[in-house]
Design a protein around this ligand. Structure first.
Ligand code: HEM
Length: 70
């Protein structure tokens, strides 16, 4: 399964669980949850308005632009 709601979600965004695993993970996850909750509350009809424009990189996977409409 893919997408942001996937479960399980074994991403490596905060490290792989080794000795230097991100100490701020819980704070960062809380802040990100609050940000997306606030966006969803403010714009309940938010939906995709096109395909993402992806970052062109062989090093980092990312999205440069993701157009939405409310
Ligand atoms: C979206 C936000 C964040 C991301 C994506 C992120 C990501 C990471 C990653 C990938 C590492 C290295 C993990 C490893 O080598 O195994 C790391 C380490 C670390 N992060 Fe974060 N981080 C975030 C937010 C924060 C915040 C908010 C704090 C503190 C308030 C924080 C504190 C640290 C510290 C202290 C380390 C070093 C731990 C060590 O070397 O033992 N991070 N983070």
């Amino acid at each position: 399964m893919s997408g942001i709601t996937r479960d399980p979600n074994p991403h490596l965004g905060f490290g792989g669980g080794g000795p230097h695993h991100c100490l701020g993970k819980s704070l960062a996850v809380l802040e990100i949850d609050l940000i997306f909750d606030a966006i969803a509350d403010a714009m309940p009809g938010l939906r995709l308005a096109g395909d993402p424009r992806r970052l062109r990189s062989a090093w980092v996977n990312g999205v440069n632009e993701l157009r939405v409409e409310a």
